[in-house]
Ligand binder design. Structure first.
Ligand SMILES: Cc1cc2nc3c(=O)[nH]c(=O)nc-3n(C[C@H](O)[C@H](O)[C@H](O)COP(=O)(O)OP(=O)(O)OC[C@H]3O[C@@H](n4cnc5c(N)ncnc54)[C@H](O)[C@@H]3O)c2cc1C
Length: 421
């Protein structure tokens, strides 16, 4: 695998998908790579991502794919173009992992699992000479190091604190979600101590609180609401409308449709203190049809059984109507029909970042060069979720982590190459 022998030694800190990809890129250039991770083993969040079926990338055409990175499309696009979903799938196939495209267009390993893939990958990395140092938590820069000697790193290890010097460093420390899997964002003040800007970390792909009554919470928490559509106006007054599935939780709402709109919901709450989204509980039926069905004479039937009989609304959907509408509003057939197509639900808070699937915020691209090197810390590169971008679920997160890890690894390899000539 190595193209040439290199005396340079590069540290990769963080053994998630971004860090491991950086390590692979460096090893391919013949650089000695030392991967350090605070946890007893690498890739814990990656393994967790594989629990519900590892969605590694998406098969949609590249243009809409890149659009998923929203405001950071411009910065993510060159990284993903250099390692696009097809390249990622080819790379997986080389590892011996077959993939398939699900009905949603999402791409999965054939066995849906992350563990066999991680095992094969770690084996290949070790064969390429990559060394792993577990339970090595990066805890800062060496006190003696000046700004232009920032590759002296301190690690908290089971044998006490160690200071090690490297020719370059790739940080791939992750965001702040699911901290028990290793990414606890302890790096934020360490970067700030070197005047590296960090955009505040916020929950992404997360649930939101709605002030449910005890009745709704106790009787319906854990139930999916489907099919359903959400209409939401974002902070720029753009109206978003999407159909899918949500989950009613003890504290509010979560699920794939909420995650898909979570950045817009979060930003509205940040700007206004709360946000009201509109739920369409009968997305398959036009308003006129719902009005016609609901206002039909119902004889002695209760409104609830009338709704169930005419348009199939019952269970958790009916409970939501009761939760949000007054008794009088529920009894008014015409108003009720309109509420079924646009039920206002007030969301008040994002769930804590520790519960989120991913993290928004991090080191902004403006602080980096095109190789993801921190401009003010030559030889220090960053990749993965610790960078300031976000994307919905659907494989976009892992794709950008792999692609940025590759870019940072290649950047660090070129850096030590230049430094040694
Ligand atoms: C439940 C769940 C399901 C998900 N499902 C999907 C999915 O299906 N598809 C998808 O695309 N994405 C999914 N994701 C997101 C995806 O797993 C992450 O975006 C990805 O793992 C981030 O990769 P990373 O390498 O940047 O960081 P991480 O994977 O978080 O790795 C960071 C590593 O750095 C280490 N570390 C942190 N601080 C230090 C330190 N100070 N010193 C040393 N080591 C340190 C950590 O121990 C960790 O090993 C899911 C996430 C979760 C939580």
């Amino acid at each position: 695998m190595s193209s040439s022998f290199h005396s340079a030694r590069v540290a990769v800190i963080g053994g998630g998908p971004a860090g491991l990809m950086a390590a692979e890129a460096l090893a391919q250039q013949g650089v000695q790579v030392d991967v350090h991770d605070a946890m007893p083993s690498v890739g814990r969040k990656f393994l967790m991502a594989g629990k519900g079926g590892m969605n590694i990338t998406h098969s949609e055409p590249l243009e809409p794919f890149l659009g998923r990175y929203g405001a950071r499309r411009e910065q993510i696009a060159p990284l993903v173009r250099a390692f696009d979903p097809d390249a990622l799938r080819a790379w997986l196939h080389e590892l011996g992992v077959e993939t398939f495209v699900g009905s949603s267009g999402r791409v999965f390993p054939a066995d849906m699992k992350a563990a066999p893939m991680l095992r094969a990958w770690l084996h290949r990395l070790r064969e390429a000479g990559v060394r792993f140092h577990m339970r090595h938590k990066w805890c800062g820069w060496d006190a003696e190091a000046s700004d232009d000697a920032t590759h002296m790193l301190r690690f908290a290890t089971p044998d006490g604190e160690q200071a090690v010097t490297f020719d370059a460093v790739v940080f791939a420390l992750g965001g702040a979600s699911w901290p028990r899997l290793g990414s606890d964002a302890a790096w934020v003040p360490l970067m700030a101590s070197r005047d590296v800007p960090v955009t505040p970390l916020l929950p992404a792909n997360c649930g939101f609180d709605a002030d449910w009554s005890p009745y709704l919470r106790e009787r319906f928490a854990g139930q999916p609401v489907k099919p359903v559509a959400i209409t939401l106006t974002d902070v720029d007054n753009k109206v978003h409308h999407r159909q899918g599935e949500i989950l009613l939780t003890e504290t509010g709402l979560e699920g794939s449709l909420i995650y898909a709109l979570s950045s817009q919901i979060r930003e509205r709450i940040l700007a206004d203190g709360d946000v009201t989204i509109m739920l369409d509980l009968a997305p398959g039926l036009a308003l006129e049809r719902v009005v016609a069905e609901v206002t039909r004479p119902r004889g002695s039937r209760s409104m609830s059984s009338h709704l169930h009989g005419r348009i199939g609304i019952g269970g958790v959907k009916l409970a939501l109507l009761h939760e949000i509408l007054s008794k009088e509003a529920f009894a008014d057939a015409n108003g009720l029909a309109h509420a079924i197509k646009a039920l206002p639900v007030r969301l008040t808070r994002a769930r804590p970042i520790a519960e989120a699937i991913s993290t928004a915020g991090g080191i902004p691209f403006e602080a980096l060069n095109e190789h993801l090197m921190i401009e003010r810390l030559p030889g220090v590169f960053c990749a993965g979720e610790m960078l300031d971008w976000e994307a919905p679920t659907g494989g976009y997160l892992l794709t950008a982590c792999f692609a940025s890890g590759l870019a940072a690894g290649r950047g660090a390899a070129a850096y030590v190459d230049r430094a040694s000539t």
